[in-house]
Design a protein around this ligand. Sequence first.
Ligand code: HDE
Length: 757
Amino acid sequence: ENNPLAAAAEKVAAALRRDTGPADGIPGKPAAQSPPLEEPVEPHDPLPAKPDQSGPDTVTPTGAATGVDRASVAQHGPYLTTAQGARLYDSDHSLKAGARGPVLLQDHHLREKITHFDHERIPERVVHARGAAAHGVFHAYGTASEVTKAAFLGKEATTPVFVRFSTVLGSRGSSDTVRDTRGFATKFYTSEGTFDLVGNNIPVFFIQDAIKFPDIIHAAKPHPDREIPQAQSAHDTFWDFVTLHTEATHHTLWNMSDRGIPRSYRTMEGFGIHTFRLVNAEGATTLVKFHWKPKLGVHSLVWEEAQIINGMDPDFHRRDLADAIEAGAFPQWELGIQTFPDTPEQTFEGIDLLDPTNIVPEELAPVQPVGLLTLNANPSNYFAETEQVAFHPGHLVPGIDITDDPLLSGRLFSYLDTQISRLGGPNFAQIPVNRTHAPVNDMLRDGMHQTAVHAGAAPYRPNSLDGGCPFKAGADTSAYIEVPVEVPEARKVRDAPASFADHFTQPRLFWLSMTPVEREHIIAAYTFELGKCYEQAIKERALRVLANIDPELCEQVAKGLGLPAPEATVPLLALDPSPALSQLGRTWPLDGRVIGIVTDGDGDLGGVRSVRQAVLDAGMVPLVIAPSGGELDADGSPITVQRTFATARSIEYDAILLAGVPGPGSDAYGARDAKAGNGTPASGTATDPRVLLMLAEAFRHGKALGGWAGAETVLETAGISTGAPGVVTGTGGTDVLAGITELLGSHRVWERFPAGV
Ligand code: HDE
């Protein structure tokens, strides 16, 4: 009985039963009598593992399992353990000399837990740090078979994919809707090895030679002294560089256009940018540019909306992608190729195909669809998948080869190199999301984070000990064989071809292809960004660049900056516009569009119910907005309030409906519910100012607005004429919705612009 070890064991057993007495507590203070509510205290077998609790897999999550005993790895089994598998009886208290005494250095569990935590972060990507990703599948139409032998582009081929979208400049925690280029990187897990198409949502790049990449990125990232601004191009160093280095003009113009602020990842185009070389089964080659075309059309935010979102919902794009997939509204893109004959000049209609600041207008070389991408599953674990995925333009498969675009050549070096520092060594291909679905039989060995246990004694070639295995493949056994392109005899130089010196023709083509609304947005963007620069000399230089694109653009921006507009220093060519570059003028499916329905307890709740249903039936998302949360009683069958006046803001909706405002003289959303500053109900008939703000913003942003049964009064209070374009009022909700739906097909009510936003 006096055995001290037995006493200690009993104390531990008591701790496990959670009935410890006050022995070591503050004198006089009783110990807690019962365990925390709802925390299970009896060990039991785990519930079936949710996909996001599964342990490390031996293939990518889209592939088949390869026989690892899942029960033997993380978070399986009834007991919490250390990393070495020893069971723990307490993970909430450090080992101390007495409950109020010092923590002991010998607490190896504390040290293991904290040390692992200390090392949970890895370096973020130097560019494209903020991203969101999804799993999906690619179905090939087979239409590319004539030009490439790549198996995944063959008829009916189906290939798992992982796609990561990103912004370029911001850190991992920055906002989604900043003005920036977006990454669009796709990993195809093909049967012949992994193919990565590491593209952007803008078809041209800032620089023509990879050696300039550190310069553009140093200029565009926050200033090194104060580390501001975050995720912005509206600052001196960016504009200093892009105006001195005029090959950046084309990309910068795209950034200043609506393409710089996409509505959603789901409504972005993607581009491989560089010209690639395809090779078919007969060895014939074709030059191509890759395009992703979103099924929902190409749509953007307006600038004021984008800025409000950065504060209201910095995860706007990430949320939108994940929500759509979770709801089963799987985003889709068609992969297309523009094809060009593989001539020694590598030009098409006078356009240099090796210059990544050039596009080839679709009117000259149509985009031919070759397959359909569907994103149908969200990642289970952000870090394991979205953060650790490692793309590389050098991940190529037989049938797809590179060209001598000097930007691409540098990328082929950079991506492998960056993964080694980012993912801590050369074995990142073993991380589940990076594992190929093709059989691997390499002779790469050892290194940091080696997880394979390679057997055998002969990881070298030639060998006799392994019977000469593995053998080299040939053209008939799917080997990746570089196209034996002729390299003209040349002198070793640091230089660029003369054709790379034209920096203004293509920007002018883009400008001339824009509609008036799009041009107005471009002018506003330049005026905003240059207006944020401090250095007068940079603004003046920027105007000289704009003068070489178009006098109207230059004059308008100069006016906004209060500076004189300079003359062009290059001939301004008369060019045929490329209508395919404009985002306007077509109508698109409405899947996933969000309709805000504002109502309150006295509104036409029957009407709200039928409009909600009609919105759902049209594949769109209804969100009921009311003064406060909970449910609205519609004749005994309640309607759930999804947003309150406190949580709703115009930016979340593509259209807003005022659903049944109580009759004339009523309080029209608010007087009864909004509280005056002192907590007592406000008097009078004022509409809640948050509703008025929502309507005014939505109107300025070109969104469809509508309502019935008294909506006119509220709209007018918000300063919106019911006769204005895109405002639909009527007596019944479903009629009004029909009018709104028609407007939504063209994304916004473009007649409302210019609106100065
Ligand atoms: Fe990248 N780029 N890049 N880039 N890039 C990276 O690789 C680089 C370029 C693009 O979601 C880095 O893993 C150089 C063009 C995307 O994980 C790095 C040059 C295009 C992503 C890198 C370029 C891109 C990256 C940073 C000039 C469009 C994100 C982390 C020669 C065609 C991929 C990483 C993801 C990421 C280097 C230019 C697209 C450092 C040197 C042109 C979509 O390797």
